[in-house]
Write a protein that binds this ligand. Structure first.
Ligand code: NAD
Length: 268
């Protein structure tokens, strides 16, 4: 029997009561990890996901925390200690959008997006590093002291009119991830990011729900389909597993080729 990819590991996934985080939590549990399904407000969804994971023989617990608050990030890891006796993998995934044309973007919406998408990921990652150090290296478990995966976006690279707050936060996540990876690799902490393209979730419903918007979106995706949460989740399992032990400070784009400047296919 092949060894499960994440057997004997404990993971926290933030923003896991929907979308990509939910997909990652489910895939981690199927791969053998015990998973903290973090939610901010949708307790019912988190409890349902946990129930479904358990029905298939997986281990999961729902934990409420607002990742933009340092004390909540601490609580998230305290709960992982209490329930699973530690954390090996942290996925900083929670994110929001508050879109507006540049001059219409309110300071409140600027701050909200930066607070969750950049500061929230920083707080979660900082707490993870402190906990990994406290736990210490156990090479019987893994060659790594711990693994951190950020959910970034193709908009860490592609500018995005009408979304200055979001693109700024994701650009920040890119250098946060790379700086952490450079600083912490010597401690055997692996820090990487996944940058999804257009994935069918609630955050971008306007872009795929009606036919006209969907067709327009597809012109940006060489591979000719919108991504599903499973596409991102499978990449996350690999990045969290020891199969990717030599992958450090990398952004793995899961985007159907969106980063390939598809408008340059004809002419340019
Ligand atoms: P989603 O809205 O389904 O998921 C976002 C999750 O984050 C939700 O469950 C939400 O409750 C949670 N959340 C928001 N604020 C939080 C907070 N303060 N504390 C804890 N949780 C909080 O959308 P999604 O597409 O699954 O987004 C997940 C991540 O993927 C985000 O970081 C997003 O920017 C990124 N992303 C998504 C796409 C896409 O096409 N869907 C593309 C690129 C990047």
């Amino acid at each position: 029997m092949p060894q499960s990819q994440l057997g004997n590991t404990r993971a926290i996934v933030t923003g896991a009561s929907s979308g990509i985080g939910e997909g990652i939590a489910r895939a981690f549990a199927s791969a053998g990890a015990a998973v903290i399904v973090n939610y901010r407000s949708d307790e019912r969804a988190a409890v349902r996901i946990v129930g479904e994971i358990r029905e298939t023989g997986g281990r999961a617990e729902a934990v409420q925390a607002d990742v933009s608050k340092p004390e909540d990030c601490g609580k998230l890891f305290d709960e992982a200690d209490r329930l699973f006796d530690g954390t090996d993998i942290a996925v900083a995934n929670a994110g929001i959008q508050r879109d507006a044309a540049f001059t219409e973007l309110s300071l409140d919406d600027w701050r909200k997006v930066i607070d969750v998408n950049l500061t929230g990921q920083f707080l979660c990652a900082q707490e993870a590093v402190r906990r990994f150090r406290r736990q210490g290296l156990d090479t019987k478990r893994s060659p790594a002291l711990g693994k951190i995966i950020f959910t970034s976006s193709v908009h860490q690279t592609i500018p995005w009119a009408g979304h200055a707050n979001y693109a700024t936060a994701k650009g920040g996540v890119k250098l946060l991830m790379e700086t952490m990876a450079q600083e912490l690799a010597c401690e055997k902490i692996r820090v990487n990011a996944i940058a999804p393209g257009a994935i069918r979730t609630a955050i971008n419903r306007d872009a795929w729900e009606d036919e006209t918007a969907r067709k327009k979106l597809l012109t940006l995706i060489p591979y000719g389909r919108i991504g599903e949460t499973e596409d991102v989740a499978e990449a996350a399992v690999w990045l969290a597993s020891d199969a990717s032990d030599y992958v450090v400070g990398t952004t793995l784009f899961v985007d159907g080729g969106m980063m390939l400047y598809p408008s340059f296919r004809e002419g340019g």
